[in-house]
Design a protein around this ligand. Sequence first.
Ligand code: NAD
Ligand code: IPM
Ligand code: MN
Length: 351
Amino acid sequence: MKRFSIAVIPGDGIGREVVPAALNVLDTAASAHGGIAFDYTEFPWSCEYYLEHGEMMPEDGLEQLKKFDAILLGAVGNPQLVPDHVSLWGLLINIRRGFQQSINIRPAKYFEGLRSPLADPKQFDFIVVRENSEGEYSEVGGRIHQGSSQIAIQNSIFTRPGVENALRYGFELAKGRKGHVTSATKSNGIVHTMPFWDEVFADVKADYPEIEAESTHIDALAAFFVTKPEAFDVVVASNLFGDILTDIGGAVMGSIGIAPAANINLSGEFPSMFEPVHGSAPDIVGKHIANPIGQIWTAKMMLDHLGETELGAGILSAVEEVTKNGVKTPDIGGSATTEEVTAAICEQLKK
Ligand code: NAD
Ligand code: IPM
Ligand code: MN
């Protein structure tokens, strides 16, 4: 029996509703397949934990997580209890940075039964590779309050290794896909960082003559994600651009509740972390209507990372089949609950 040890952090809000759904699906898939089992260790780190302990995770939290094969996270954030900049920096970003998860992979694809807001959605299937450790999300900056003047400053930091890492990852990924890379830029704007990003892009591109690659301004790219998502294969973007683009990716599929993500530690020195694109959705918490597909697809990405690609593929096919059969939460046009969708996916896996 092959066993994987998984650290589970449901977090806040609907994270606590969709994580159990994903664990249920993982266990069902593993027992239907045979020979694989998961050992889960749950960590209660969340905004409620913060209220009790004064911190989002214990000081030795990363040490505790280090020994696991992977981390499955729901969502972090309950702005009514704890300001977002405290909860996110204290848990989510802490793990991404502490474990050098420098790449965030976020796929989006159309499948039958989804309710895309696009009038005539084509068979799009793209992956955004988001630089995940620097860029616009730098730790440099702050607020200056002098007399009546109030100023907030944020310095973007783009390093040659950071940018190159993300772009190279994108080109490598494209080799096994349609062989097309789009680099998200804003070099026409008055930012200093993007002409630099473009220079690195040109250098990396030169190493991959077999890949068709182009650079597109982020503003136009955001529009193209809506008007022609089928034109894209691999899209490489900076931290903030990638963040925004991937909510659009979710939206054109039908709901950000579907969109999965993986924070990858490339060296293998630390565990990678798997969390959907969406957040804790305080507006729907407790209503049993959270779409579990984002978290379930995220668990599938975790299986791919652990080398269990067959098991992962089975999960995604089951999700597609159930969606096609109309067992869907309201965000994608159905009337099923989180639990009903999860049960239907599990039933499908047992067939
Ligand atoms: P959100 O993604 O939580 O919600 C945006 C909208 O999408 C809401 O209307 C919500 O109901 C809907 N939605 C999200 N997931 C859904 C699902 N699975 N099924 C159905 N509908 C879904 O974004 P927000 O409202 O901007 O943020 C809420 C909180 O989550 C904030 O504290 C924010 O910082 C945090 N957040 C955390 C993460 C993370 O931990 N990875 C990601 C994004 C936002
Ligand atoms: C995401 C989220 C986070 C991000 C926030 C909550 C810090 O929006 O994972 O997409 O911007 O990275
Ligand atoms: Mn986001």
